[in-house]
Design a protein around this ligand. Structure first.
Ligand SMILES: [Zn+2]
Length: 295
């Protein structure tokens, strides 16, 4: 089973395991010393830590809503080795499509795709490379929209930001993941469909958003790279990748106040084992209670 199902009020949600990647542990934990972070997530021989590529699927009255799309199938062997990408699915697509199939859906059934931001490990599956002679990956086919009947949603200024990279940001924003996509753009806090809210949570990138699902008084928040794993729950445990770490700090503080007051379920996109849980305290620091493991 590569999905974990849970209810938010009347809405059925599924955390979809779209594969794995591994990123440098030092870069993932910023200024946190290795002796501290390696107790939370052990690195491999190349100092990389294993990370999930977890997406959220919501069965909404207006159709299936997918939040983030994993890495996709367009990258070459060198890229897949550097990031230890492990996401191959059936028919040359990815495990994201496999998990949809497990639930009885095809990509054409998805009516909304919301991108938290446009980094390759969040938007890579927005598009896919068609197989030529049955091969996937670097086989060189045409690039197509992965969810052809979906309305794709992203922050207007995140799309601008992705289109105008510099030396620091270019490696994360790969044009084939967003250039062919006919986005519907939102500005700041938005509710693209009832009970599905875009919450600006800047810091990782300036126009990063988390997604809040609300139904019948219950709430779940897909945090994305605001808090990529449960190890990042303590306020100062912030990724070295973040462009504005002090802004991340304030975004976390603001979101935690609401999450704690209203008992939000928090969903982790990259945690290797924990899908979701509620905010708790570990001494003075924030931690997790009622963890929900991957299926
Ligand atoms: Zn990420």
């Amino acid at each position: 089973m590569s999905h974990t199902s849970f209810k938010v009020g009347r809405l059925t949600c599924h955390a979809l395991e779209a594969g794995r990647q591994a990123l440098d542990g030092g870069a993932m934990f910023g200024v946190v010393p290795k002796p501290l972070w390696e107790r939370r997530i052990a690195p491999d021989a190349r100092n990389r830590i294993p990370l999930a590529l977890r997406c959220l699927l919501v069965e909404h009255d207006d159709g299936l809503v997918l939040v983030d799309t994993g890495i996709g199938n367009k990258e070459d062997a060198k890229f897949r080795d550097i990031y230890a990408v492990d996401n191959e699915g059936a028919g040359g697509r990815t495990r994201l499509e496999d998990t949809l199939a497990e639930l009885g859906h095809t990509p054409a059934d998805v009516r909304w795709v919301i991108n938290t931001h446009l980094h390759f490990d969040h938007a890579g599956g927005n598009t896919y490379r068609e197989a030529v002679d049955g091969g996937g990956g670097d086989a060189g086919g045409a690039i197509r929209i992965a969810f052809p009947r979906a309305t794709y949603v992203v922050q207007r200024r995140e799309l601008e930001f992705a289109r105008h990279t510099n030396e620091r940001t270019a490696a994360s924003y790969l044009a084939p993941n967003f250039a062919p996509v006919p986005f519907t753009l939102v500005d700041g806090a938005a509710e693209p469909l009832p009970g599905i809210r875009c919450l600006p949570t800047p810091g990782h990138v300036p126009y990063h958003q988390s997604v809040l699902v609300e139904s019948a008084g219950e709430r779940a928040c897909f945090l994305a790279d605001l808090v990529p794993t449960t190890a990042h729950l303590p306020l100062p445990w912030i990724m070295g990748y973040d462009l504005e770490p002090l802004v991340t700090l304030e975004s976390k503080r603001r979101l935690y106040a609401r999450a704690e007051a209203d008992g939000w379920l928090l969903c982790f996109e990259h945690d290797p084992t924990v899908v979701a849980g509620r905010l708790g305290r570990e001494g003075k620091a924030f931690g997790l209670v009622d963890p929900l493991g991957a299926g």
